[in-house]
Design a protein around this ligand. Structure first.
Ligand SMILES: *Cc1c(COP(=O)(O)O)cnc(C)c1O
Length: 236
């Protein structure tokens, strides 16, 4: 029962991703789904694991616990990371989407060197300028880029992540998604990037409410939670 609902929800999401790719001349295999499990019950997560292998968690502690439980899954950290949790989370996280400051990047780079890991990281960008959101402002990213690049000796900077402003109309998110794609191109064109051999390829953008415009704007990673578990009630 749980399994059937999740399989159906997943199929609907993949079909919407495929249609959005079709409309925008992209290949569906260039968009990866990060299934966000932060609010999901353990039974739902084990059912989902029959069909999918890339999961996202927003709390480091919960990510580590769930990594121990399901080590075959690729666990992505999508929520805020404090510097004192870096050592705990690095061995468990396949990718960190939420690198939001120079200080945090510095810490991740140090710990990665110490643990001899090379984690995939994304820089979180606050494109909308909302005070409630963390992340580099586009201006900070531009002005701090030379320094950022030097802090990537032991990490693999794979791309950028953003969250659009909440809105009932998914199309309202388009300008934010377009901006993120433009910033990625600008950073790749910088001399510092070429000198360091850095080429950003990932755009982590789009959630349950706005992943369709995100894919049309170039998302390579969509982070979807609630839609996958729709129809499952707390007592099912
Ligand atoms: C919870 C969360 C998501 C998924 O949100 P849904 O609306 O449930 O799809 C995506 N990204 C981040 C950073 C989140 O915290």
């Amino acid at each position: 029962m749980i399994s059937e609902i999740i399989e159906r929800n997943l199929a609907a999401v993949f079909s919407d991703i495929a249609a959005a790719c079709e409309r925008s001349g992209r290949r569906a295999q260039d968009v990866r789904l990060v299934a966000v499990t932060k609010y999901a019950r353990p039974e739902w997560i084990s059912a989902l694991a029959e069909f999918h292998t890339v999961f996202g968690e927003n709390r480091p502690q919960q990510l580590c616990e769930r990594f121990e439980w399901l080590p075959q899954i690729q666990w992505h950290l999508i929520g805020q990371l404090q510097r004192n949790k870096v050592k705990m989370v690095l061995p468990a996280a396949a990718m960190i989407h939420s690198v939001d400051s120079l200080r945090l990047l510095h810490r991740i780079d140090d710990v990665a060197r110490e643990l001899q890991l090379k984690p995939q990281i994304l820089l979180q960008v606050n494109v909308t300028g909302e005070a409630s959101k963390s992340g580099f402002t586009p201006e900070q990213l531009t002005s701090q880029w030379a320094e950022l690049v030097t802090l990537c000796a032991s990490v693999h900077p794979a791309g950028l992540m953003t969250m659009a402003a909440e809105s009932a109309d998914p199309d309202d998110a388009r300008p934010a998604f377009h901006s993120l794609a433009e910033i990625l191109q600008e950073l790749n064109a910088r001399q510092e990037s070429r000198d360091a051999g850095i080429h950003l390829t990932e755009l982590s953008m789009g959630m349950s409410g706005d992943f369709v415009p995100a894919v049309e704007c170039g998302a390579t990673l969509v982070r979807i939670g609630s839609l996958l578990f729709e129809g499952l009630s707390e007592d099912s």
